[in-house]
Each structure stands twice: as C-alpha cells, then as structure tokens.
Write a protein that binds this ligand. Structure first.
Ligand code: FE2
Ligand code: FE2
Length: 269
C-alpha cells in the first residue's frame, strides 16, 4: 500500500512549527510514502517565501502546493522559479511564473501533484479548473504512478463536482481553502480518495487562523483591519489516503487531526 498525507493550509509560525514537530513522527507511525502540504498561508498568514518553503521541505515534507494567496509575499514570484518542489495553481494565467505540477519521487514511486483554483466566490483570474485538470492529467500520463489533485476553492458544490469529474483518473482529490475540515472523507465509486476540505494546520482558537477580535471588528464596522495570526489550539489537519498499486484504487481515505494539546494522532472520518 502507498500512503500519502496531504496537510491542509499551514498558517503562520504556529502552523509551521507544529508541522515541523510532527511530520517526521507521522511518516514513521503512519508508514507514509509522501507528505504534501499546502503552504499558501505559511508566511504570517498570507503567502510563502523561498526561505520558509525550504524550511518546510527540510522537515520532511516532499512537496508544497499553494492557493489564492500565492503571490502575497513580495518577491516570491521570482523565488518560486528556483523552488523545484513547489507548485503554484495550475489554472493561473500561463504567464505566471512557477511550476504547474510536481512529480515527486521516493523509493522508486512517482507521485504527480497539482492544484487548481475554484472559480465560485473567488476572484475571476483563473482558467476553468476542470479543463486545466484534464490537460495536466494528460501531461502526467505515463510519468507517474499516482496523482494527487487539489482543488483550492470556496464552494462545496464545485469541489464535489471536481472530485467526481476526476474519479478514477486521479488517485486522490483533496479540497482546501476554507480552513474548516469536512466530515466527508470517502472513496468515490471509481476508486478516488476524496474529501471536500482537509482543514488548516494552525491555530483553531481563531477565525480561520486569525485572531478572533479583529475579524469580528471588521464584520461590525467594515473598516480596514490587520488580522494577526492567532496562537491557541494549534492542530495539524490533513487527509491520509491508502492506495493499492495493484488495483490502482484508494482503499481508505480519512481525515487526520493532530492536536497539540493531545500530543497524539487522532484519526476520524
Ligand atoms: Fe488558506
Ligand atoms: Fe486560500
């Protein structure tokens, strides 16, 4: 069995530190072949830098994906070109720098990874995620043993439709962006492991990773406000897929939550 852990949006220093503390142990205890993490919120809650990408990779993460916050850190559009294990959303305009997908190799196994941005309730700058996924899958054909596709999107309908669209063509489809884990981890009819949102890796005593009070203030008054990253109840949230290379189907898909205050892995779903 090939086991893959996908880690949801890593938020700020609390998320980075908790991921670094737990990734090596999780690889060992869960027998993971690959760990992939979305790091779109790793730099102070918005975006990523080259230095932070390398520090996340050095703690045992094999590949990094991004989302709508991809270009939030100044200069990252230059740095991303040199980051071989980081990919930007595949359906951004072609002129955007960075890789559209990754081919990660470990112990002779090859995992293809890509992310697409959803288009419902997000700024309309991305190409059709469905058609772009078709194109990326065609490019990965024959080059990888299995594919992990991520849909970084707001609408559950768009994410579920995307999972169904790729059922049997990508081994794993995970949703991200809402930062709230969903209770629907499943194996779809044609063998794709699917979950609508894996949640975030960061402080859950928060509003989506940010301090509660400023977010409430913004809703009350509508004035521009800074949203510092919170620090309470830090959890790693992700999904673990178990792929059978003989049947070429995922045989189990589950949400994984690792809370700091528990100090141990607890699986649900
Ligand atoms: Fe995010
Ligand atoms: Fe996002």
């Amino acid at each position: 069995m090939i086991r893959v852990l996908f880690v949801g949006d890593v938020v700020g220093k609390p998320g980075r530190d908790w991921l670094a503390a737990r990734a090596p142990g999780l690889r060992e205890s869960l027998g993971l072949h690959f760990i992939v993490a979305n790091a779109e919120n790793a730099a102070a809650g918005s975006g990523l830098t080259g230095a932070l990408a390398n520090s996340i990779l050095s703690c045992g993460v094999d590949g990094i994906t991004l989302g709508d916050h991809v270009w939030d850190q100044r200069g990252f559009e230059t740095e991303i070109v040199g980051l071989e294990r980081v990919c930007r959303p595949a359906n951004l305009p072609e002129i955007n720098p960075g890789r559209r997908f990754l081919v990660l190799e470990r112990d002779g196994l090859r995992l293809g990874v890509f992310t697409v941005l959803g288009r419902q309730f997000l700024p309309p700058r991305a190409d059709c995620p469905f058609r772009v996924a078709d194109r990326v899958l065609a490019e990965l054909e024959g080059r990888v043993d299995l594919v992990l596709a991520e849909i970084h999107a707001e609408a559950t309908s768009e994410k579920i439709a995307f999972g169904r669209y790729l059922d049997g063509r990508a081994a794993i489809v995970v949703g991200t962006h809402t930062h709230v884990p969903t209770a629907d981890a499943t194996v779809l009819p044609s063998g794709t492991g699917y979950i609508t949102d894996v949640g975030m890796t960061g402080p859950y005593d928060s509003v989506l990773g940010r301090e509660v009070k400023p977010v409430i203030e913004r809703f009350l008054h509508g004035m521009p406000t800074r949203f510092p990253v919170a620090d309470g109840d830090v959890r790693l949230s992700g999904a673990v897929a178990e792929f059978d290379p003989v049947s070429r189907r995922v045989v189990s898909m589950r949400l994984l939550t690792v809370a700091a205050n528990e100090g141990a892995a607890a699986g649900t779903g």
